[in-house]
Design a protein around this ligand. Sequence first.
Ligand SMILES: Nc1ncnc2c1ncn2[C@@H]1O[C@H](COP(=O)(O)OP(=O)(O)OP(=O)(O)O)[C@@H](O)[C@H]1O
Ligand SMILES: [Mg+2]
Length: 142
Amino acid sequence: MEYISKSYEETQKIASDFAKTLKSGDVVCMYGDLGAGKTAFVQGLAKGFNIFEPITSPTFTIVNEYDGDMPLYHFDVYRIADSDEMYEIGYEEYVDGNGVSVIEWAELIEDVLPPCRYEVVVSKDYAEDENYRKIEIRKITK
Ligand SMILES: Nc1ncnc2c1ncn2[C@@H]1O[C@H](COP(=O)(O)OP(=O)(O)OP(=O)(O)O)[C@@H](O)[C@H]1O
Ligand SMILES: [Mg+2]
């Protein structure tokens, strides 16, 4: 699916609608440049799960956990040295756990991503205005 968002709020709405299609154990990989809107999308996912805590990027802790209708495990692996660090923080338990895992900068840990996952790509278009984003959501199955 491909969506066009023209505001932060629209991105959240797209994400919260998508959240309703997710089930426990799903992994959502987020791709996009710095400031594209990955965390904005995760905030929308959280809303979709009725999580009302503010979602901030877990840049230094790698993962933050939130409890709602569905537990949400929010990873940001931007500062990870290598994928082994994922195992050290208990990545497998999260992915096999009872919630949805969402990973910002998933390309940095490509070798440990599960074969079945969602990819969400958020991109700007400099020919459009500064709030314009294209959001592509696809399901990968192997
Ligand atoms: N249509 C839009 N959708 C999402 N965010 C938007 C949109 N238009 C403007 N913005 C702004 O873009 C910024 C997106 O920031 P966000 O932290 O979500 O990016 P990010 O991809 O997570 O970056 P990082 O790689 O640093 O984690 C916010 O300041 C937000 O207000
Ligand atoms: Mg972010």
